[in-house]
Design a protein around this ligand. Structure first.
Ligand SMILES: NC(=O)c1ccc[n+]([C@@H]2O[C@H](COP(=O)([O-])OP(=O)(O)OC[C@H]3O[C@@H](n4cnc5c(N)ncnc54)[C@H](OP(=O)(O)O)[C@@H]3O)[C@@H](O)[C@H]2O)c1
Length: 288
C-alpha cells in the first residue's frame, strides 16, 4: 500500500484517513472529492486511474443522507452503487485493490444477536439497498476487494455527536427546554478515526473480503446522547422517545449491532470500546 487514491476525501472518513496518512513516509496520497473526481462518471474515473495508477483505492464517497435517499433514489443509486462499481472496474484495470465502505443498514435490523459478516442481508431503506448494490458490484468487478461495514459514524463533519453538543448548548442557553432522543434503536457508535486505523491495519495484510468494523460495545441513541453530555460535563436533560414518536422518512434498523468477527478472529487489532473512542474524540475537540 504505497500509492493510495481516496475518493470523498472531505467527508468524515476521508479526513480521518488523511490525518493518519498525511506525511507518512513511503505513502503517496491522491485526494479527490466530487469537484475533482465524480465517482459516478466512469470515463472520468478510468482516465484518472490510468493517469495516477494507484495500488489501492479507498472509496469514502457516498450519499449518506439516509432520509434524503428515500426521495432522491436515482442519485442514491448512482453514488452508492454505480460509483463503487466504476471504481472497482477502473481499479481492476490498473491492478489496484478496491476498498469500499458499507453500512449496518444492509441488514433488516430485527435480529436477536449481533450480525456477523456472513449473515443474510435485507436492507429496509433506499440507503441500505443502494449500499448493498455497491457491495455486490465491488465483489463482482474486482477480486481484490475489501468491504468494511460500519455504523453510527462520527468524525470531522456533521454527525450525531456534533448535533447533540449544539442542541445541548441551546438548552444551556435557555433557547430550548430539553432534547428528545430515540431509545429503541441500538447500535455501535464508531469514531471515523478508529475505523480509519482499523482499515489501515487490515488492508496491507491482503486478506480480501467483507469485514464488520464498528467500535466494540453497543448502546441506544438515547444512552449515546447521555454519554456525550456526561463526557462534555454538560447538565442537559435528555428525554427518551420511541421510534414511533419520532417519525423519519427512512426506516431504521431497530437492532443493528455488528460483530467484528472476522477482525477479532485475525486477532491483531481490536477496535476501541465506543465510550473510549468517544473520550478520544471529545478530548481532541477540547484542544481545538
Ligand atoms: N455517517 C454514518 O453514520 C455512516 C454509517 C455507516 C456507514 N457509513 C459509510 O461510511 C462511509 C464514509 O461515510 P462519511 O460519514 O465519511 O460520509 P460523508 O461525511 O457524508 O462524506 C461523503 C463524501 O462523499 C462526497 N461525494 C458525494 N457524492 C460524490 C461523488 N459523486 N463523487 C465523489 N465524491 C462524492 C461528499 O461530497 P459532498 O459533501 O460535497 O456531497 C463527501 O465529501 C460511506 O461509505 C458511508 O456510507 C457512514
Amino acid at each position: 500500500m504505497n500509492k493510495i487514491l481516496i475518493t470523498g476525501c472531505n467527508g468524515q472518513l476521508g479526513r480521518a484517513l488523511n490525518r493518519l496518512l498525511e506525511g507518512k513516509q513511503g505513502i503517496t496520497l491522491i485526494n479527490t472529492d466530487v469537484d475533482t473526481l465524480d465517482i459516478c462518471d466512469l470515463e472520468q474515473v478510468q482516465k484518472r486511474m490510468e493517469a495516477e495508477r494507484p495500488d489501492t483505492v479507498i472509496n469514502c464517497a457516498a450519499h449518506t443522507a439516509v432520509d434524503k435517499c428515500e426521495t432522491d433514489q436515482e442519485n442514491a443509486y448512482r453514488i452508492n452503487a454505480v460509483g463503487p462499481r466504476n471504481l472497482a472496474i477502473a481499479a481492476r484495470k490498473v491492478g489496484a485493490v478496491i476498498v469500499q465502505v458499507s453500512t449496518d443498514y444492509v441488514f433488516a435490523g430485527d435480529a436477536s444477536r449481533p450480525y456477523v459478516e456472513t449473515d443474510k442481508t435485507s436492507p429496509q431503506s433506499v440507503y441500505g439497498s443502494t449500499k448493498l448494490e455497491g457491495e455486490k458490484f465491488v465483489q463482482q468487478e474486482n477480486e481484490k476487494f475489501f468491504i468494511f461495514r460500519t455504523a453510527w459514524l462520527y468524525g470531522e463533519g456533521n454527525n450525531f455527536v456534533r448535533t447533540m453538543l449544539r442542541l445541548g448548548e441551546e438548552v444551556l442557553a435557555g433557547k430550548r427546554d430539553r432534547i428528545t432522543v430515540v431509545s429503541d434503536q441500538v447500535g455501535s457508535p464508531t469514531s471515523a478515526l478508529e475505523l480509519a486505523r482499523m482499515m489501515l491495519h487490515v488492508v496491507p495484510q491482503g486478506e480480501y473480503g467483507i469485514y464488520h468494523a464498528t467500535c466494540e460495545g453497543d448502546t441506544s441513541w438515547y444512552e449515546f446522547a447521555r454519554e456525550i453530555f456526561r463526557q462534555a460535563g454538560m447538565d442537559v436533560d435528555v428525554v427518551p422517545v420511541t421510534t414511533d414518536e419520532y417519525p423519519a422518512q427512512a426506516k431504521r434498523p431497530a437492532y443493528s449491532i455488528l460483530e467484528n468477527r472476522r477482525l477479532n478472529q485475525m486477532g491483531s487489532y481490536r477496535m476501541k470500546d465506543w465510550k473510549d473512542a468517544l473520550t478520544e474524540y471529545m478530548e481532541e475537540r477540547k484542544e481545538q
